[in-house]
Design a protein around this ligand. Structure first.
Ligand SMILES: O=C(O)C(=O)C[C@]1(C(=O)O)C=C[C@@H](O)C=C1
Length: 296
């Protein structure tokens, strides 16, 4: 039976992703994203599920940077989860939620709700936690104080809180993409009826900064008619102006086209690392009850 590490505690969106995709195996919460990835590298867990990108707030840089700079953990799957942020308070604060002076949540969750917070709770202190689940737990632990958490329905159930305001995220179509990581030497694969497609993710570094360098990189994909669904630059952390690119190709690794791109880029002097070629899944059309199961 495999152990799946996730960003905990119970009641996070990452737990929803894990519960949606893995019907078997034991689910092990970790309090930070790095701890989750360390657990796979150290063989404490077989797989890790961590958030990578949100539709409103963009990339979860901590996950991406840790993957690039700390551990070489291949991506073996991606799962997209619809995100509904709610304002949770202790039952005694249900009718007095406007009196809350401190709002706790993960930085991404707070960023998804800035309009709501400005309008409904102006002047409140925004306090960052490692996850939305940790924020809900904090509200339970300090239920005698006027504090609230931004978190999901599962967290409300788990920590005995009430939803004072539902769907407080500023834009509809809020989704977060999570990736599933394994150790290089293991051979786990993820399969599920929730599959929506396949993807290959490459990390590319340029040999030096010269005019047209990125254009040359992109042409290697373009003339092969390989569709890219994402390109993002992140600092190499070696000095100002030094970047690497993370490129998502809209198809699985094949025997000709993607290896051809890799060879062409290497011939140009680029560094190329395949971060993974993997199936993509989505919880978008899963019924509410299955998406937000009440924890046992
Ligand atoms: O805190 C959680 O519940 C998480 O799973 C983390 C996370 C994130 O890192 O973006 C995941 C989804 C939401 O976008 C908010 C927070």
């Amino acid at each position: 039976m495999k152990t799946i590490g996730y960003l905990g505690p119970q009641g996070t969106f990452t737990e929803l992703a894990v519960k949606g995709l893995f019907k078997e195996g034991s689910h092990l919460p970790f309090s930070t994203i790095p701890a989750c990835m360390d657990a796979v590298a150290n063989k404490e867990a077989d797989l890790a599920v961590v958030p990578l990108e949100n539709a409103i707030e963009g990339s979860v840089n901590l996950s991406m940077d840790y993957l690039i700079h700390k551990h070489t953990l291949p991506i073996i799957g991606e799962i997209v989860v619809p995100i509904e942020q709610h304002l949770l308070v202790a039952p005694s604060m249900a009718d007095k939620w406007k009196e809350c002076t401190e709002i706790y949540s993960h930085p991404h969750a707070i960023a998804q709700c800035h309009d709501f917070l400005n309008k409904e709770l102006p002047g409140s202190d925004l306090q960052y936690t490692n996850s939305t689940g940790a924020a809900a737990k904090k509200v339970l632990e300090e239920s005698d104080r006027p504090i609230a958490a931004i978190a999901n329905e599962l967290a409300a159930q788990k920590y005995g809180l009430v939803i004072a305001q539902k769907n407080i995220h500023d834009y509809v179509n809020n989704h977060t993409k999570f990736v599933i990581l394994k150790r290089p030497e293991t051979s786990f694969q993820v399969s599920s009826s929730l599959k929506t497609g396949e993807k290959t993710t490459l990390m590319v570094t340029l040999p030096s900064d010269y005019s047209g360098a990125l254009h040359q990189v992109l042409s290697a994909f373009a003339w092969r008619k390989l569709n890219l669904s994402k390109i993002e630059s992140r600092p190499m952390k070696t000095g100002l102006g030094n970047y690497f690119f993370v490129i998502d190709v809209d198809q699985a690794m094949d025997e000709v086209l993607i290896p051809g791109v890799v060879q062409e880029l290497e011939a140009l002097g680029c560094g190329v690392r395949v971060l993974g070629s993997y199936p993509c899944f989505s919880l978008q059309n899963v019924e509410e009850g299955a998406k937000n199961p009440v924890p046992k």
